[in-house]
Design a protein around this ligand. Structure first.
Ligand SMILES: C[S@@+](CC[C@H](N)C(=O)[O-])C[C@H]1O[C@@H](n2cnc3c(N)ncnc32)[C@H](O)[C@@H]1O
Length: 224
């Protein structure tokens, strides 16, 4: 995560930003996606597409279809890119900032992306499980809030699915990776540029049970 300080505009993760609206656009340019996106004051990185987000979108491999979560969507650069790349997937763009959600919905609509659902966290259907999660997480909410947020959403990634997160090393990428590992997840670093780390997070492989010995009672021939 990066972006400058919130200053007088307040925090980008406020539900209702206090900064008066000043709509603008930013250019998102990738090898496969070249679009203008609407932004506004009071949302994360409204001056340009965040460099951490750019790194993530450049390095991210193709994702499976199904339901994909963009956790902390902001004005939607990740959600719109994923929706464009995977037209058969449904991208759940989740944020606490109402202005960010409105921008994501408007950006998706103007790009003709009918597969983006921009919703508040509590509006994601409870039983939904995601084939993948992608996030430039809000490090500046503080470690406790960040961990709570990840503890809420990571378990909703379906078995076999993966979560991708970009975090700058100066903002705690390595300590976040260590925390995830200590919580029983496998973390791989998949690309690092200008201090931005892309983390691939999966459920840690289950320990292989010991092979039954010749006298073992649980083998195929044992009585039930
Ligand atoms: C670093 S910004 C990334 C925004 C956008 N994905 C991008 O790449 O430009 C993180 C986002 O997480 C949102 N956020 C903060 N707390 C959240 C929470 N508890 N649940 C969901 N989103 C949250 C913030 O409002 C912010 O938009």
């Amino acid at each position: 995560m990066s972006s400058g300080p919130p200053g007088a505009a307040g925090h980008y993760f406020q539900a209702e930003p206090s900064a008066p609206s000043r709509p603008a656009t930013v250019h998102l340019h990738l090898p496969d996606v070249d679009v203008e996106l609407g932004v506004d004051r009071g949302v994360f990185s409204a001056g340009r597409v965040d460099p951490g987000t750019m790194h993530l979108l450049r390095v991210l491999p193709p994702l499976p279809g199904g339901d994909i979560l963009d956790l902390g969507c902001g004005y939607g650069p990740i959600a719109c890119t994923l929706a464009r790349r995977s037209p058969d997937a449904t991208v759940w763009a989740v944020d606490v900032n109402q202005r960010a959600l409105a921008l994501t919905a408007a950006n998706a609509a103007s790009l003709g992306l009918g597969n983006v659902r921009a919703v508040a966290p509590d509006d994601v259907p409870g039983g939904l499980r995601f084939s993948a999660m992608v996030s430039n997480p809000p490090i500046k909410v503080g470690k406790l809030a960040l961990h709570e947020m990840l503890q809420r959403w990571l378990p909703r990634v379906a078995p076999g699915g993966e979560a991708w997160m970009v975090v700058h090393r100066h903002l705690g990428a390595d300590s976040l990776a260590a925390w995830l590992t200590s919580g029983g997840r496998a973390v791989e670093r998949r690309g690092s540029k200008q201090g931005y780390r892309l983390l691939r997070v999966t459920a840690a492989p289950a320990a292989t049970p010991p092979a039954p010995g010749p006298a073992g009672g649980d083998g195929p021939g044992s009585a039930g």
